[in-house]
Design a protein around this ligand. Structure first.
Ligand code: SF4
Length: 688
């Protein structure tokens, strides 16, 4: 309502923090946010939102918000310049790199924070104008194993069901996720389901919030997921808790899986994982005897040396039970960390995949894009993010354009990332603030935030939803959509699709799975899930009801043996570090640290068991120096039994703590997703 203070304007948009996709009503007055209210008719959140979505908007008007382009001048300092100057410098750099070293010397990291339309436009510019597939997005660092694993298993790179179906589940298997903190609206819905009678199995090394309500809490050693999932599958098979009709008619690979499972009896799995045999069997029986079981999982499954195997062997459980593609249960569903991490990949900001997941190497998929864009496209896969950094260090990358990501803080082996940034002749950072990455860039472009832009996001259950600007960006900051167009224009190219609505419409011509989705339809209907090939028909929220999207229509059981993680504890580094999120903060903390969250959670803590704290002579609140083979980080000790002896846990929300300098370069063998979840470390008291 309006008041003597002046009228309020209400803007319906989608939360720009996590991948749940809460619909929010943003109330503004005189160009400022007055309040944010969760939308009662929000399709996912139904009137709920968490502390981040509701209150973490103070960053919008933070005093250090970037409002003008910056260019590193002859003094070596970043100096304010006009947009024309910044764009001309970028265009000169790209032209020179392409002319001297070919299109492969230019690369772009797109953003899971940006809209679908912005991701679509950036990958189009890289492919159709620069002539390279060197474009990737930060799903490389989190859920790329989900995309690879779910595609290999079921045929499409998304979760299998609509979130509301979780309300029909009678048993929840929640693996490697802490929804109470990282996805609070989902966490609350899951808890309500459990309080209503659903059984709950939590698999996580830590005593995460939901574990308090679990019938069985499995605490596998970090890096042993594949053994755990094979052990559960072994019990399902041994005790006949399988759906034989489903396996006969809709799945392939059972004999091969059975052979691998022979090697994973509960006793051996208990020895590998540290999970007591009785708990393993009890968990398998709960899942196996449920009528409508559900699997939800997070980065505790994907961020491993064998993350894709983890996704696939977890999915085996749903296939064995016939609990996917049958309308029974809730299939296999990843909880996505960032607001648009699903959409960034859907839009083809990937080095091997075009919009809609057509392979770059597939002449049919490539031909469709060539026809729409009117150019010949490069035929070979581009560089993944870790490969971009390696190429920069080797002197083979001349231009690196980074949109909305603070790679110097968030990427693993952070010291080597900094080395890569310093080795690359032209680094462009498109950002809200002068992040650790932006500070090292040659050109910094001031960008608009999620509350200042127009477009769409795709949430964790494949729903397209509208994003609408509640405010204008400050100063000369621009939306990524406008920036990509401006860079193209500086290169002498016209990307077409002048508006986000036009970009989504064009994307539907390149990727038929999105063809039925438009801004106009979303404005009318609120949310539409993909696949949605026709405007006149609803999108598909429950996938695979008749057949899987594989070539023969069958789900693929994965026969994957347990293989050890990249690092193990030893005498020099006796503890295993796991990293994750805390509830008040979001990723590198760029926005939440400027929005009052530091008053709730003022620093990155290292959780450690009382016995390990005693051995290190550390007490609650003490500063602690954490060392790995790759770097050091200074944190504050938090002594707690939430972690097991021999394991420590911390978040990565404060750039100053340099947590990701600790992380190794080990990465998923299929997708290059870093092994954030298993790092051998030791502790010291820092010198004063
Ligand atoms: Fe935003 Fe996620 Fe919180 Fe919802 S649960 S308000 S999407 S951060």
């Amino acid at each position: 309502p309006g008041s003597w203070l002046g009228p309020l304007t209400r803007t319906r948009t989608t939360c720009g923090y996590c991948g749940v996709g809460c619909a929010l009503d943003v109330l503004t007055r005189d160009g400022e946010v007055a309040a944010v209210r969760p939308a009662g008719d929000g399709p996912v959140n139904r009137g709920h939102a968490c502390v981040k979505g509701r209150f973490a908007h103070g960053f919008l008007r933070a005093g250090d918000r970037l409002t003008r382009p910056l260019l590193r001048g002859s003094s070596g300092r970043l100096e304010p310049v006009s947009w024309e100057e910044a764009l001309a410098h970028i265009a000169r750099g790209i032209r020179a790199a392409v002319g001297e070293a070919g299109p492969g010397s230019v690369a772009a990291i797109s953003s899971a924070r940006s809209t679908n339309e912005e991701n679509y436009l950036l990958q189009k510019l890289m492919r159709a104008v620069v002539g390279t597939n060197n474009v990737d997005n930060c799903s490389r660092l989190c859920h790329s194993p989900s995309a690879a694993g779910l595609t290999a298993t079921f045929g499409l790179a998304g979760g299998t069901d609509a979130f509301e179906d979780v309300e029909r589940a009678d048993c929840l298997l929640v693996v490697g996720a802490n929804p109470a903190e990282a996805h609070p609206v989902v966490g609350a819905r899951l808890l309500r389901q459990v309080l209503g009678g659903a059984r709950l199995v939590v698999a996580d090394p830590r005593a995460v919030g939901l574990a308090r309500h679990a019938d069985v809490h499995l605490r596998p050693r970090p890096g042993t997921n594949v053994a755990l999932f094979n052990g559960l599958a072994h019990v399902l098979l041994a005790e006949g808790l399988i759906d034989e009709d489903f396996l006969r008619s809709r799945a392939a690979g059972l004999p091969e899986l059975a052979a691998v499972l022979d090697d994973h009896p509960p006793g051996r799995v208990a020895a590998i994982t540290g999970v007591p045999e009785a708990d393993l069997v009890a968990a398998a029986r709960l899942y196996g005897r449920a009528e409508r079981p559900a699997i939800l999982y997070g980065l505790g499954v994907t961020e491993h040396l064998h993350g894709t195997d983890g996704v696939r062997t977890l999915a085996n459980l749903a296939i064995l039970r016939g609990a996917v593609g049958t309308g029974r249960g809730f299939g296999v569903n990843p909880l996505r960390g960032q607001n648009n991490v699903q959409g960034a990949s859907d839009m083809g900001a990937l080095p091997d995949l075009l919009p809609g997941y057509g392979k770059v190497r597939d002449p049919v998929a490539r031909g469709r894009a060539e026809q729409v864009w009117g150019v010949r496209l490069p035929e070979h896969d581009g560089l993944r993010i870790p490969e971009m950094f390696a190429a920069a260090r080797a002197g083979d990358l001349r231009v690196l354009w980074i949109v909305g990501e603070d790679v110097a803080t968030t990427d693993p082996d952070a010291n080597r990332v900094v080395e890569a940034l310093e080795s690359c002749p032209l680094v462009i950072s498109q950002e809200l603030f002068l992040s650790e990455t932006a500070r090292r860039a040659d050109v910094v472009l001031p960008a608009a935030s999620w509350l200042e832009k127009d477009g769409t996001f795709v949430n964790f259950d494949r729903r397209f939803q509208r994003v609408r600007p509640a405010l204008a960006p400050p100063g000369e900051a621009r939306a990524d959509f406008a920036i990509v167009h401006a860079v193209a224009a500086a290169l002498g190219a016209d990307l077409g699709c002048p508006t986000p609505a036009a970009a989504l419409a064009e994307c539907g011509r390149v990727a038929p799975v999105f063809a039925g989705i438009s801004h106009e339809r979303l404005d009318r209907e609120g949310a539409v899930p993909w696949p949605c090939p026709e405007a006149g028909r609803p999108g598909v929220s429950r996938l695979y009801q008749d057949r899987f999207a594989t070539a023969d229509g069958l789900a693929r059981l994965a026969a994957r043996p347990y293989l050890p993680p990249g690092e193990a504890a030893d005498d020099d580094y006796p503890l295993i570090l796991v990293t994750g999120r805390r509830w008040a903060h979001y990723n590198s903390g760029t926005m939440t640290r400027r929005s009052g969250a530091v008053e709730i959670d003022p620093t990155d803590h290292l959780d450690l068991h009382p016995a390990d704290a005693a051995r290190a002579g550390l007490g609650d609140g003490d500063p602690v120096l954490v060392e790995s083979r790759h770097g050091q980080a200074t944190l504050t000790a938090r002594v707690t039994e939430e972690v097991l002896r021999g394991q420590v846990f911390c978040a990565f929300h404060f750039a100053a703590s340099r947590v990701n300098a600790l992380i190794s370069s080990h990465a998923d063998t299929v997708t290059s997703c870093p092994e954030y979840k298993v790092t051998a470390v030791r502790l010291r008291k820092p010198f004063r």
